[in-house]
Design a binder for this molecule. Structure first.
Ligand SMILES: [Zn+2]
Length: 277
C-alpha cells in the first residue's frame, strides 16, 4: 500500500516536472523568437539607413570632391587637383561628342565626379566596382561618376587598368552623360528600355571615330563579345551595331529607339533579315 502511494507520488512529481519543463521550453522559445525578431528589425533598420545614406551621398556628392573645373555645359569635379590644360581639353572633347548626339541635352549643366581615391571609389561604386563609370538620375540632379582619370593623357583608369582608344576618358564621359540625358528625356519609361538600346545608344554617341554600319558589321562578324572586341570597338560593340542599324539604316528617330520594346534577339533578326534581302 505504502509502495503504491510512493509510486503515485513519484509519477505525479515526474508529471509536474515535465509540465514545468514544457512551460520553460515555451517561454525560452518565445524569448528567443522575440530576440531574433528584434535583431532582424535592427539589422533591417541599419541596412535601410545605410542604403538611404548611400543614396543621399550619391545624389549630393559635392562635399566629397574638393576640386572642380568648368563653367559651361559640363562641370567636372575630382578628389584630386585637375590639371587645367588636360582638364579643359577633356571638357571640350566630351562636349563635342555630346553635341553630335541626335538627342539634345535638356539640362543647363551636367556634373561629372571623378573618384581617384580607393575608399571613395569603393564607397560610391558599391555594390558594383567592376563598372568604369555610372550615371545617376533620381528624378532630379542627374550626374555621372567615373573611376580614376588621367586628364593630361585623356585616359580613364579603372582599378589600375588604363583604358585605350576608343574607350577614352572623353568617350566614357559622353557615354555616361548620354545615360543622364536619355533618363531626363524619358523618365520612368527608362525601366522598359531594352538593354541593347540603353547601352548601345551611349556608345553610339561616345565612340569618337565610329565605324559605319557596314564596317562595324563586317568587323564584328559572328564572334561573341569578348574583351579584345570591347578593347577595339568600345564598351558594347554588338549593341552599338544594332543602334547604328536602326538609326542609320532604318531611319528611326531617337524617340522611336528609346520607345522600342524589341528584344536584342528580335532586333538582331530584323537586322540580319534585312542583310539577306
Ligand atoms: Zn552605360
Amino acid at each position: 500500500m505504502r509502495s503504491h502511494s510512493l509510486m503515485e507520488a513519484l509519477e505525479s512529481d515526474l508529471a509536474s516536472s515535465r509540465a514545468v519543463c514544457h512551460e520553460y521550453a515555451i517561454a525560452l522559445e518565445a524569448i528567443m523568437l522575440r530576440s531574433i525578431k528584434r535583431t532582424l528589425l535592427w539589422a533591417g533598420a541599419a541596412l535601410g539607413i545605410a542604403a538611404l545614406s548611400l543614396c543621399a551621398l550619391i545624389t549630393w556628392p559635392e562635399p566629397l570632391f574638393a576640386f572642380s573645373l568648368g563653367a559651361g555645359k559640363i562641370v567636372v569635379a575630382s578628389d584630386r587637383p585637375i590639371p587645367p590644360g588636360g582638364g579643359e581639353r577633356f571638357l571640350r572633347d566630351c562636349e563635342r561628342l555630346l553635341e553630335r548626339s541626335p538627342l539634345k541635352a535638356e539640362g543647363r549643366q551636367y556634373r561629372l565626379f571623378v573618384t581617384n581615391d580607393d575608399w571613395r571609389f569603393y564607397l560610391l561604386f558599391f555594390p558594383r566596382p567592376e563598372r568604369w563609370g555610372f550615371a545617376w538620375y533620381p528624378g532630379f540632379r542627374g550626374h555621372a561618376f567615373l573611376s580614376s582619370a588621367d586628364f593630361d593623357g585623356g585616359r580613364v583608369i579603372h582599378l589600375g587598368y588604363v583604358g585605350t582608344p576608343p574607350r577614352t576618358l572623353a568617350a566614357l564621359c559622353a557615354h555616361e552623360l548620354t545615360h543622364v540625358i536619355a533618363w531626363e528625356h524619358i523618365g520612368l519609361a527608362r525601366l522598359h528600355v531594352p538593354q541593347w538600346v540603353w547601352e548601345g545608344f551611349p556608345d553610339y554617341v561616345g565612340i569618337e571615330n565610329r565605324e559605319t554600319f557596314e564596317q562595324l558589321r563586317d568587323a564584328l562578324g559572328e564572334r561573341p563579345v569578348d574583351t579584345p572586341m570591347r578593347v577595339k570597338y568600345g564598351f558594347y560593340p554588338r549593341y552599338r551595331l544594332l543602334v547604328t542599324y536602326f538609326l542609320e539604316k532604318k531611319g528611326w528617330s531617337v524617340d522611336q529607339l528609346l520607345q522600342t520594346r524589341l528584344t536584342e534577339d528580335e532586333a538582331t533578326d530584323i537586322m540580319r533579315a534585312d542583310g539577306k534581302n
